[in-house]
Design a protein around this ligand. Structure first.
Ligand code: LRH
Ligand code: MN
Ligand code: MN
Length: 431
């Protein structure tokens, strides 16, 4: 049996309070959808099979380059991070995967970590490497780059770290390595764009060669930060060049915050899928850049349009379609578990809405160039409040009717505040 961190009775009591309302709202939505020929139970079954991974590091407060505001009771080590992932999953039931990051999740015993995760009903998703920070005691610096650095020794160290990540990931049961590098320049003339990219490719080929046959290498592009003049893997074009050069197991990963403002990300999704290179997503939202705000918080419509492309892609090739989904946010102001729950809800709701698009009608409107009706077909799905459907799927799977409310009712964070060696407790001299 799975160890669930929260008392199941608290969730049952919570659900009992909400069940009549959920059933009534679900029945009303079922009737509304039936009028346009949609079987709500079929949509619910799709929603029930949806999963988006939690980044282990996203369970603790994030921060900006200006500061961090830790909260009492936040996780302080990998075991506590896994426990919080299990709390989120217990409540929302769409986040069974955990994406790790090394060395942040450092462990001397990955096999035990895997057992621990499995006992909590979790599995390990993509492993993330880190060559954008220097670690204490490391021989070479990444100050001037990692996989693309002019210094061979820095490149070799970065390659070795990625291969270590693959080795740990094998023991965790992961099937993908996500590589994001901070490599780039701050000054015109600092480096040759072309030579930097060539060095990146050479280094990445060495990592690629160490990938097990059933693994993928997910390459994450980002147009700025920490480098502000140029980055080596700046956008999806360069990303695709790299993925093509490396081989079939290399795919492009789209982080929603890693594009210039107003870029049409849903079109990028469609194009990458077109060439079989859509590897995965990091979900978050942004207003200005890589803001790492909660998914759907700023522009839920864009999230819907992205899922619209994803649903279309899946319908086209259901067997091959398996992008890795992860939440990648920085929780500066909120309790991370609450933000993860609210983001997971926004993501699964965007997916559910995209499932409701009348694709036969859309195709016909496209063929007859009925612009307004094509638009209205999409908008009709976006306008449907799918929350009763998503809530019903969640409760049927054992989750909570209102995950954030149930978490608060459980008193989880307060209880952990007394136990965990958080920075806040340390600063207050409690621990
Ligand atoms: C930096 C970043 C990136 C990675 C993560 C580890 O932009 O947020 O998106 O996925 O750090
Ligand atoms: Mn990311
Ligand atoms: Mn980012």
């Amino acid at each position: 049996t799975i160890k669930r961190p929260l008392n199941e009775e608290i969730i049952a009591t919570h659900n009992a309070k909400h069940s009549a309302a959920i059933d009534a709202d679900y029945a009303a939505l079922a009737a509304k959808l039936a009028r346009v020929g949609i079987n709500i139970d079929a949509v619910k079954a799709k929603v029930a099979s949806f999963a988006v991974a939690i980044p282990s590091w996203g369970t603790a407060t994030g921060g900006t380059r200006f500061g961090r505001f830790p909260i009492p009771g936040e996780p302080t080590n990998v075991q506590e991070r896994l426990t919080d992932c299990a709390v989120v999953q217990q409540l929302c039931r769409v986040t069974p995967g955990v994406s790790t990051h090394f060395p942040w999740d450092n462990t001397s015993d990955p096999a035990a970590m895997r057992e621990e995760a499995e006992s909590l009903g979790l599995y390990f998703d993509a492993v993330n490497s880190n060559t954008f920070q220097d670690q204490p005691g490391q021989a070479e610096t990444y100050k001037f780059g990692s996989l693309s650095a002019a210094a061979k020794a820095s490149r070799e160290q970065a390659i070795a770290h990625n291969i270590d990540c693959i080795e740990i990931g094998k023991k965790l049961g992961s099937k993908a390595l996500t590589v994001w590098v901070g490599d780039g320049t701050n000054f015109p003339g600092q480096q040759s764009f072309r030579d930097s990219f060539d060095r990146y490719l050479d280094s990445s080929a060495a990592i690629y060669a160490a990938l097990p046959s059933d693994w993928l290498m997910l390459i994450e592009h980002k147009f700025f930060e920490p480098a502000f003049y140029s980055t080596v893997i700046a956008d999806w074009g360069v990303n695709l060049m790299a993925a093509n050069a490396l081989g079939a197991k290399a795919r492009c990963l789209v982080d929603l915050g890693h594009h210039a403002p107003n870029v049409n990300v849903e079109q990028i999704v469609s194009m990458l899928d077109r060439v079989g290179k859509l590897g995965g997503f990091h979900f978050n939202d942004s207003k200005y850049g890589d803001d790492d705000l909660d998914a759907g918080a700023i522009n839920p419509h864009r999230l819907f349009l992205i899922f619209n492309e994803l649903v279309e892609a899946e319908l086209r090739a259901p067997k091959e379609f398996a992008p890795a989904y992860m939440i990648d946010e920085s929780h500066n102001l909120t309790d991370p578990a609450e933000s993860l729950l609210s983001a997971a809800e926004a993501i699964v709701c965007a997916y559910a809405r995209a499932l409701l698009v009348d694709r036969v009608a859309l195709k016909a409107h496209r063929e007859s160039n009925d612009v307004l009706m094509a638009f209205k077909t999409l908008r009709a799905a976006y306008n449907i409040d799918v929350s009763p459907l998503v809530a019903k799927a969640r409760v049927d799977a054992g989750g909570a009717a209102d995950p954030v409310a149930a978490l608060r009712e459980s008193g989880w964070r307060k209880a952990k505040a007394a136990e965990r060696k958080s920075e806040v407790n340390k600063a207050a001299g409690i621990i």
